[in-house]
Design a binder for this molecule. Structure first.
Ligand code: FES
Length: 114
């Protein structure tokens, strides 16, 4: 069984109202995440999946979607991203080891240690 260091979940849910992450580029963001991980040599250590709606889409700018990164430590970081800025967010979070503060979803934090 493979062991991953991080898990990235991209919301790509589409709805008829046009306001959900999938309507705002979620599928493109997920594809860009996979391309970025491949480019950085991280594809085998980072698991990528779709996320269901977590009620964050109403907080997002019209062309952005929700993305959750678990790891590489025990923390979950919630971001709001688009296909143009997600590469930088991934690089900063997983390569530089820093949160991409400009893209953090300030409306959602989960602390697994409290
Ligand atoms: S559709 Fe992505 S958070 Fe609701």
């Amino acid at each position: 069984m493979p062991t991953f260091k991080s898990h990235i979940m991209v919301c790509d849910v589409e709805r008829d109202d046009g306001a959900h992450c999938g309507n705002k580029g979620g599928a493109e963001v997920k594809e860009r995440v996979i391309q970025t991980l491949s480019k950085l040599g991280l594809r085998s250590s980072v698991y990528v999946s779709s996320a269901g709606c977590t009620s964050q889409h109403r907080l997002c700018d019209m062309q952005e979607c929700s993305m959750i990164v678990y790891g590489p430590d025990s923390e979950a970081t919630w971001y709001v991203v688009n296909s143009e800025n997600v590469e930088g967010v991934i690089e900063k979070h997983l390569v530089q080891g820093e949160k991409s503060e400009d893209h953090i979803n300030e409306g959602m934090r989960i602390d697994l240690e409290s």
